[in-house]
Design a protein around this ligand. Structure first.
Ligand code: PLP
Length: 239
């Protein structure tokens, strides 16, 4: 076991109080910030322990792993029902399984091809998918996401896709243990969001999914409405 389930309620309450304090510092309402508990690599029992501690939103970065836990292993009819967020890149051949997970939000639409594929699949099922566009704000080759210019160019087509409902933007800045290093990337994402909201006012640009275990407080100061926190709640992953 990569973690001790007994520490989960304690870690969750620590993270929640850090969110409250960061929101207070920034003069923001903590109720407008959603904590997504990232459970990748952790077993279903971990999710149950977090649910029992009042956590509702969960994040997974691989569609198959999400499906195994949140569809196959999740008992029928549990209340409250966990809300699944898909936060990792989705390969075209994984679009079907991603849809079968019934995610409340896909954070990681990083190219036109997957947007078209998911919209087509959702339309066949008569559903509309809430999504965020993932932006590569640092320009690092290893990072997924649209560059700001690629997104600007693709937006007319993206916004016309019938079964995707954009809600905002997501980014993962280059990793640095010092959370202050992330601040300019978070600011750049917020500026891009403000620009797009002015250019396309009929779409919803309200959500900014920024901030992970080591930098979520800085993210909240810079406008995060969703933080994606794994190791600060569930301990270090061995993968
Ligand atoms: C794993 C992951 C996280 C959580 O990372 P921690 O550093 O463990 O908080 C957040 N976002 C994405 C996209 C991830 O893949």
């Amino acid at each position: 076991m990569p973690n001790h389930q007994s520490t989960i309620p304690h870690n969750l309450s620590l993270v929640r109080s850090r969110i409250m304090r960061a929101a207070a510092r920034a003069g923001r309402d903590p109720n407008e910030i959603t904590l997504v508990a990232v459970t990748k690599t952790h077993p279903w029992a971990t999710i149950e322990a977090a649910l029992a501690a009042g956590q509702l939103d969960f994040g997974e970065n691989r569609p198959e792993e999400a499906h195994r836990k949140f569809v196959e292993e999740q008992p029928d009819g549990i209340t409250p029902e966990p809300r699944l967020h898909l936060i990792g890149p989705i390969q075209s051949r994984k679009a079907k399984i991603a849809l079968a997970c019934q995610p409340v939000l896909i954070h990681s639409i990083d190219r036109l091809k997957i947007a078209r594929k998911l919209s087509g699949g959702a339309q066949e099922q008569g559903r509309v998918l809430d999504i965020l566009f993932e932006i590569n704000v640092s320009g690092e080759a290893s990072k997924h996401g649209f560059s700001p210019d690629q997104l600007r160019a693709a937006l007319p087509e993206l916004l016309a896709l019938p079964a995707l409902r954009p809600r905002g933007l997501m980014t993962i800045p280059p990793y640095d243990p010092d959370p202050e290093t992330a601040r300019p990337y978070f600011q750049a994402l917020r500026d891009l969001r403000d620009e797009l909201a002015a250019a396309y006012p009929s779409a919803d640009w309200s959500q900014l999914s920024i901030g992970m275990s080591h930098d979520f407080e800085v993210a909240i100061e810079e406008g995060a409405t969703i933080v994606r926190v794994g190791s600060a709640i569930f301990g270090q992953r061995n993968q």
